[in-house]
Design a protein around this ligand. Structure first.
Ligand SMILES: *Cc1c(COP(=O)(O)O)cnc(C)c1O
Length: 364
């Protein structure tokens, strides 16, 4: 176990004291108490406000990967087609996951330091005629974000080819502008340990009426399936015992932190933290990984590891001084590192202190 003075890993992030209180309470069985379902419903409504949607909200136990699987398994049978729009590791991951259970998946691939080009996606989708199109709002390993306009274009393309539009916004929702209904997102995926500043214990999905039709038709019944979560607060019945402490924590995060600060203000705080992080980084000579500032995410920044260090040398030097940042995976491993500024990390002082340590290490 290691707790660093300054934690700037892009999730899980440090959990604020007010949220930690949720785990100090002893609750009865979530299956049996009306009070639990009242809390569940309140969290559904708060999430609808967070995501700008009237779609159903499903809140399940487990880390966000569980709903990436759910979104695929509930909408695709073996042999059916997925078009995975990808400019990064999570984008590609959708295709790999789908192929593992026999889906005919194609990747509409873009460089990791760029964002998807809607025209190319349109051409690919017209030819391939997928049943589902997946995209990733913030590619956390690359530090990039698809802006509102482009995400809305992808949503329109999905409508035009009559595909469901599945979007992973695990590391962006709440910290970046996002409008699920304007972007025609049929299934939207959010995790608890990123902007919501919680433990990695809950997953949140927004599900459109079109998506429900497909989910009912497929009728997938696995552990992570959405199918038995429809109308949960109304029926007061769930497929498994829920995590009441986390449900309470989610309520504190959404209600007492995000909504009480104001969603617009929270998004502005992320934008300011991101801009400060990147300005200080460029000033000390770091090189941005994404091709341009315009496609950078307000929740995470990615930079090339300074040439005079290997990743492990750089990482160790930062850790010795109390700073933890994120490394990378796949083709970005040992090449690109990441600084999280999401949720509780979107804090000007924290970013300033963290960047000061990076500056010391670079100039040592
Ligand atoms: C964090 C994250 C997930 C969930 O993955 P874990 O690494 O298991 O937390 C999914 N998609 C994106 C874009 C993420 O940033």
């Amino acid at each position: 176990m290691q707790k660093y003075q300054i934690g700037l890993v892009p999730g899980p992030v440090s959990i604020p004291e007010s949220i930690r209180q949720a785990w100090n309470t002893d609750y009865a069985s979530s299956d049996l108490e009306h009070e639990f379902f009242v809390l569940y419903q309140e969290n559904q409504e708060l999430t609808q406000r967070l995501l700008h949607t009237e779609n159903d909200i499903i809140i399940t136990s487990g880390e966000a990967m569980s709903i990436l699987w759910a979104a695929l398994k509930c909408t695709l049978r073996p042999g059916e087609k997925l078009l995975a729009v990808s400019s990064g590791l999570f984008g590609e991951g959708f295709a790999d996951m789908a192929k593992s259970f026999g889906v005919n998946a194609q990747v509409c691939a873009f460089d990791y330091d760029s964002v998807p080009d809607s025209q190319k996606v349109y051409e690919h989708a017209k030819k391939f005629r997928p049943k589902v199109i997946s995209a990733v709002h913030c590619e956390t390993p690359s530090g990039t974000l698809i802006n509102h306009e482009s995400l809305a274009e992808l949503g329109s393309i999905a409508r035009e080819v009559n595909a469901l539009f599945v979007v992973d916004f695990v590391s962006s929702a709440g910290g970046a502008p996002l409008d699920v209904d304007e972007c025609n997102i049929d299934i939207g995926l959010l995790g608890s340990q990123k902007v919501l500043s919680m433990t990695p214990t809950l997953s949140i999905s927004s599900i459109s009426p079109r998506a429900w039709e497909v989910i009912q038709d497929i009728n997938y019944q696995g552990y992570e399936s959405y199918i038995n979560w429809r109308d949960v607060p109304e029926r007061e019945y769930m497929p498994y015992t829920h995590d009441w402490q986390s449900m309470k924590a989610l309520n504190i995060s959404l209600n007492n932190i995000i909504m009480s600060e104001g969603l617009e203000n929270v998004i502005a705080r992320h934008d300011e933290s991101a801009k400060l992080c990147r300005r200080l980084a460029l000033e000390m000579g770091l090189k941005l990984f994404p091709k341009s500032q315009e496609i950078c995410s307000p929740t995470v920044s990615a930079f090339y590891i300074p040439e005079k260090f290997t990743w492990s040398e750089f990482n160790n030097a930062l850790r010795e001084r109390g700073l933890a940042v994120g490394g990378n995976y796949g083709s970005l491993a040992n090449k690109v590192f990441r600084i999280g500024h999401m949720g509780s990390q979107a804090d000007i002082n924290l970013i300033q202190n963290g960047m000061q340590i990076i500056k010391q290490v670079i100039s040592s």
